[in-house]
Design a protein. Structure first.
Length: 177
């Protein structure tokens, strides 16, 4: 929601107005043409791991809110048909991005791969990914060998671990005062 692909100054002006309906902060990114969209689920606290990657097959120019949630016309390829070297690189980059923001619990890390050069671009890191029956996050873990029930149990365990870590830090700080 609030995402617009712009090709002219007037498109940009309209896009900025659209984005401003959703937040006071607006991000403008340089577009990358002719790309594949790849997503990876990441889970963990101090030792995160990445799922197999999946590929989004957008039914429109890009994977929009409408094509995902309204008309459901976009497709998914899980696992993404990628060379093993590219899969490993994307999984490594996903975990590194996750650690770079000190994420915990879960996130979905999205990439673009230039179809011509093979260059990989980090698109976004979503710390609250969807968790519905059509969402990539649980689908990618299922394709990685983890059932939905196991996934939920693991995420609860990670949340409890993080809570215990924070309680220890808070207790240590208070006892030093």
């Amino acid at each position: 929601m609030g995402i617009t692909k712009c090709r002219s100054r007037s498109d940009l002006q309209e896009g900025l107005l659209e984005a401003a309906l959703y937040d006071r902060r607006v991000l403008i990114e340089r577009g990358v043409a002719n790309v594949r969209e790849i997503e990876v689920s990441v889970m963990g606290n101090d030792d995160p791991r990445a799922s197999v990657p999946g590929e989004v097959l957008p039914s429109r120019e890009f994977y929009s809110y409408e094509s995902k949630y309204v008309d459901g016309t976009s497709g998914l390829l899980i696992p993404a048909p990628l060379p093993q070297e590219t899969t490993s690189r994307i999984q490594d980059l996903a975990v590194r991005a996750y650690k770079a923001i000190d994420a915990s619990g879960m996130a979905r890390v999205d990439f673009f791969i230039d179809k011509d050069s093979g260059e990989v671009y980090l698109n976004e890191l979503n710390t609250l990914p969807g968790f519905t029956k059509i969402s990539m996050y649980p689908k990618l873990w299922e394709a990685s060998g983890m059932s939905y029930t196991e996934l939920v149990d693991r995420l609860i365990d990670l949340a409890l671990q993080r809570k215990a870590d924070r309680a220890r830090i808070s207790h240590s700080y208070r006892s030093q005062q």
